[in-house]
Design a protein around this ligand. Structure first.
Ligand SMILES: *Cc1c(COP(=O)(O)O)cnc(C)c1O
Length: 426
């Protein structure tokens, strides 16, 4: 948008015309010390609580107290099939077929379970390709898998270095890495959106490149799910995993998810098995032989945590009503406005390190504070004192993520004015 203005009147008028504006009232915005809602930009870390979550959790507690074990079969949403009640909405959010997705476990667990099936190193092809500076869990998980299979991470873990400033990795760099190492790479494992610098990756292009070289391709969508409209099925990716407490607003430690492409639905892949992954129609014959349910459901281990799935169900229902495309449209405006404010009003103090091309980012802007770590910490703490909640990444970056479900243009302006006041005060 070219007509951005840095005035409260302008921001409020635009917010009032936003077709998604009512969704904000469906969330509980943590109050600042003055009792007023804080300016919350941390949906990339822990999304806010939908108001409807409390009743949804209480409903399951009531069923438990009133029905006991019968709650598995009775009640509005019987526990036996509970994970299926989130399936269609989850599939819509990531652009998959319903049979390709399952809500289960947490991200790190799912990453390991997927690698058990999809990282099958051989002497000729032992390597995993990840990005340099990957999230610690991802780094630890792939390294431990490499070791588990008896390979040496110094040889079998390839960390792709950035070829653009601020840790940004071009598609060309991925292509070159695959041209160079592709025949040794068993698994390409990259993020949907990089957690530190906010770069969004082209899942389809990466998958095509990886497959061309005979690699399996998986994605960590922790920062992409509920942020960008994804077409995971069409991307052709072999698998993906994510957590649900960031943009999906499903609460601390929420139930994560996994995607397994349809082409693997019936494949006889090695996997770690549990009774909930057993063919649903014969699960309760309790036989000794594991027969997987076709599709992503076949990777489940345990009967799901109902009290933790209830918030996910509520949250996904909001996504269904909002629509990922509408959310993305609003997100582009919010993040575009934030970027414009930083560039036109705050260039002396802040520098955006997230790619400028909206196609290469989601909601988050990672913003470097000029003057180094101490100045950065000072600003960050000032913002927190003002009730403006972002998060800090060493050594000098503040991540600010306007979430289109509950943030407004006004919030971006509040942020910019606070930074300006801090800067003026010296
Ligand atoms: C948030 C995040 C995680 C967290 O993993 P958990 O298993 O949910 O604790 C892992 N990887 C990435 C890239 C993340 O952004």
């Amino acid at each position: 948008m070219l007509d951005y203005q840095a005035t409260l009147d302008w921001a409020r008028a635009r917010d009032a015309a936003d077709p998604l504006r009512a969704l904000r009232d469906e969330f509980l915005i943590p109050p600042h010390t003055d009792g007023k809602p804080s300016t919350y930009f941390c949906g990339n870390s822990l999304g806010l609580q939908p108001r409807a979550v409390r009743d949804a959790v209480n409903a399951e507690l009531d069923y438990w107290s009133e029905l006991g074990v019968e709650g598995h079969f009775k009640g509005r949403l019987p526990w036996m099939d509970y994970h299926e009640f989130v399936r269609d909405d989850l599939a819509a959010v990531i652009g998959a077929r319903p049979s390709e997705v399952v809500a289960m476990n947490t991200l790190g667990v799912n990453l390991h379970l997927m690698m058990v099936s999809f990282y099958r190193p051989t002497r000729e092809r032992p390597a995993i390709l990840i990005e340099a500076g990957a999230f610690p869990t991802d780094r630890y998980a792939v390294e431990s898998q490499v070791r588990f299979h008896g390979f040496d991470p110094a040889i079998a873990l390839i960390e792709l270095e950035a070829d653009e400033p601020n840790g940004i990795i071009s598609l060309g760099a991925i292509e070159r890495a695959l041209d160079q190492h592709g025949s040794r790479i068993a698994l390409v494992m990259l993020p949907g959106v990089q957690y530190r610098n906010g770069q969004a990756f082209d899942l389809k292009a990466i998958t095509e490149l990886g497959h061309k070289h005979g690699c399996v391709v998986g994605f960590d969508l922790a920062h992409a799910v509920g942020n960008l409209p994804l077409q995971l099925h069409d991307s052709g990716a072999d698998f993906a995993i994510w957590c649900s407490y960031k943009y999906l607003n499903s609460g601390p430690g929420a139930v994560g998810g996994a995607f397994v492409h349809e082409r693997h639905a019936k494949a006889v892949l090695p996997r770690f098995a549990g009774w909930w992954g057993h063919d649903k129609t014969t699960r309760f014959q309790m036989g000794p032989e594991f027969v997987p349910t076709p599709g992503a459901d076949g990777w489940q281990l345990s009967n799901p945590p109902i009290l933790a799935l209830a918030p996910l169900r509520v949250s996904l229902e909001i996504f269904r009503r909002a629509g990922m495309r509408n959310l993305r449209e609003k997100s582009l405006q919010l993040t575009g406005y934030l970027e414009w404010l930083v560039q036109t009003q705050l260039a002396e103090v802040l520098q955006v390190v997230t790619p400028a091309d909206p196609q290469r980012r989601g909601a988050q802007l990672s913003i470097r504070v000029t003057g180094g770590r101490e100045r950065g910490r000072e600003l960050f703490e000032y913002l927190m004192d003002q009730g403006i909640i972002g998060d800090w990444r060493e050594p000098d970056v503040i991540r600010i993520s306007p979430a289109p479900l509950y943030n407004r243009l006004e919030d971006c302006l509040v942020f910019a004015e606070a930074v300006r006041n801090w800067h003026r005060a010296g």
